[in-house]
Unconditional design. Sequence first.
Length: 261
Amino acid sequence: MSVPFYVSPEQLMKDKADFARKGIARGRAVVVVACADGLVFASENASRALHKISEIYDRVAFAAVGKYNEFENLRVAGVRYADLRGYSYDRSDVTARGLANAYAQTLGTIFTTESKPYEVELVVAEVGATPEQDQVYRLTYDGSVADEHGYVAMGGSAEQITAKLAERWRPGMDLADALRLAVEALGSDAAAAAAGSGPRAIAPDQLEVAVLDRARTRRTFRRLAAPALAGLLGAPGAGQQGEGGRAGAVPGPDTPPEPPA
């Protein structure tokens, strides 16, 4: 009779964690920056269809790095959770904290019981009536939850990007300043640090950017297209029509928001 192969629980958990971290590190980073106007989400993503940043509910958004099929499953589950809770109780009962707790339970169960953990890292954020009421939660592959304030970076080169954000972020920034900081931080990744030539320049059409706009009364999520980004970043192309109808304009509260991705 053969002896069954044995791996200690400590070694098994370590191997799973190393596997998940390596998968996450291969993905492009996502940055979330708080500002006076709301919460800015930015990532280097050339795809116009495979979103890493999405709307969940009225004032709640979702961002992720890692394997697309895995975090897309989580996003869809989050939308269903929010719709059911908002319909059964009240729309105000759908919060980022409740959604983060649900995701934490799911990720923790998968990490401990499945042979392969999810290679994902998530941010669930809710914009409040004031900057002090904003909620940003970061969730890792094992279900751990961290309450973040001001800014957060996840994915590849997160340490270098976080250092850049810590150096430049300040409370009360406006939308344009927060967006410029987010893009500059994304360009300060490991490749830029190795080259020693300063932050990489990222073209507006290579960015995926969305905002939870504090000024909106119901659905606060909106995406910023490349022409609007060019205007806000001061990049070439600022003279083109933005989503708001004038050159480089930011869509106002009356602009119809996009449906969830």
